[in-house]
Design a protein around this ligand. Sequence first.
Ligand SMILES: [Zn+2]
Length: 63
Amino acid sequence: MADSSWRCARCDEALTARKTVFTYLGQSFTHEVLRCPKCGRVLIPPELARGKMAEVEEQLEDK
Ligand SMILES: [Zn+2]
């Protein structure tokens, strides 16, 4: 699982790490994700879904 050489399932291109801006629940944040240089498909790591998005949800509730 620690293998960093992810490949796009569709084009078999090596994915490259790239800073991407996400917008979630009206909040935007930047996170480095793996992206296919050919088709632009982005791999969302589970820690982003669990970490950053949960963080945004907490901020919204904490008003
Ligand atoms: Zn691809």
